[in-house]
Design a binder for this molecule. Structure first.
Ligand code: FMN
Length: 342
């Protein structure tokens, strides 16, 4: 069973980082900023810093959860964590399910950066709450890495396309509420590339969830990835590569919930975010931070330096975008309107 998970993770990594897995439309191209030819600010004074889970970060983008269940995963985690520490960015680890079931695998997730200053996010599939996991196992995932928050990912289409998927999603909302109350860190509910609607976001808010990562359509497609694995149903996978809520739409939907809620709902935008202009647009649309997975996976397979270079490039692009609209911090960027093209 564990060997099956290992094999699956290796196939996931190979296929998800290939061009074929990048499908869909995020919607970022449908929005444009109004260029400000007279910004009246000093570029060198632009501040891209923010705060999340009581830690200060240099950038409002983060390394999204990527699985680390294989030998390559250990190298990837090490490179990502070292780069996150050097650059001051938040990071999520990939699903810890295998390591909870087989504790010796926990080593794959062990934080190499002893004096970590960036927020680290644990990760388990929410559907596991219907397959033997409860509050205790979720707390274990947090304790395993000393996480600042726990991501429960929701991935119904991926599980449905996957030959060996866990498909019983009944009653999860109640169990998610139990995890929110029972685990000692904040819970983030995250899709994996199909987006979160306003109605789902409302239901999540009603059981106490205050952090969502839309992980919308337009980036890595987990339907395509599952369909192309050995023994997978390729045509089913490709068909649902066309399924999902574009990332920008999903952010707008969740923002409606945030706008009418009494308590703060934090929105993370991921799914096809590929450059600093996308990050700026995500923030102007209502997200607090933006996440990227596949681009960082590629860099992390190479080296720590490659991940640092990717982070610095994104940071530079974001800063130029902020200069272009004439804002000197993220608080001001949030208030900048975008033009929607037809
Ligand atoms: C190699 C790889 C492994 C992933 N593993 C996980 C995972 O274990 N848990 C999870 O919640 N999301 C996982 N994801 C999904 C990403 O966190 C993200 O939601 C999705 O890929 C969309 O972002 P992207 O378009 O920037 O890749 C993985 C993505 C990649 C590329």
């Amino acid at each position: 069973m564990i060997d099956d998970i290992q094999k699956r993770k290796r196939e996931h990594l190979e296929i998800s980082t290939s061009a074929v897995a990048q499908t869909g439309v995020t919607g970022f191209d449908s929005y444009r900023f109004v260029h400000n030819a007279l910004p009246e600010i000093d570029f060198d004074e632009i501040d891209t810093s923010c705060q999340m889970f009581e830690k200060k970060l240099n950038y409002p983008f983060f390394i999204s959860s990527m699985t680390g269940g294989v030998i390559e995963g250990k190298k990837i985690n090490r490179n990502l964590m070292a780069a996150a520490e050097r650059c001051g960015v938040m990071m999520g680890v990939g699903s810890q399910r295998a390591a909870i079931e087989k504790p010796e695998l926990a080593e794959l997730f062990v934080d190499e950066v002893r004096e970590r200053s960036f927020p680290l996010l644990a990760n388990v599939g929410a559907v596991q709450l219907n397959y033997g996991f409860g509050v205790k196992e979720m707390q274990k995932a947090v304790d395993m890495i000393g996480a600042d928050a726990l991501i429960l990912h929701i991935n119904s289409i991926q599980e449905a396309v996957q030959a060996e998927g866990n498909r019983n999603f009944k009653g999860l909302i109640v169990k998610i509420g139990e995890v929110v109350r029972g685990v000692n860190v904040p819970i983030i509910i995250k899709e994996v590339g199909f987006g979160i609607s306003e109605e789902v976001c409302d239901r999540l808010y009603s059981v106490g969830v205050r952090y969502v990562d839309v992980a919308g359509w337009g980036g890595t497609s987990w339907s395509v990835v599952e369909g192309r694995r050995a023994g997978g149903d390729r045509s089913l996978g490709d068909l649902f590569g066309e399924w999902g809520i574009p990332t920008t739409e999903s952010v707008a939907m969740c923002k409606k919930v945030a706008d009418r809620s009494s308590e703060k709902l934090t929105i993370f935008a991921s799914g096809g975010v590929r450059n600093g202009v996308d990050v700026a647009k995500a923030i102007a649309l209502g997200a607090d931070m933006a996440g990227l997975a596949a681009p960082f996976a590629k860099a992390a397979m190479e080296s720590e330096e490659a991940v640092v270079a990717s982070i610095e490039r994104l940071g530079r692009e974001l800063k130029v975008a902020m200069f272009g609209v004439g804002v000197k911090n993220l608080f001001e960027l949030k208030k900048i309107p975008l033009i929607r093209l037809i």
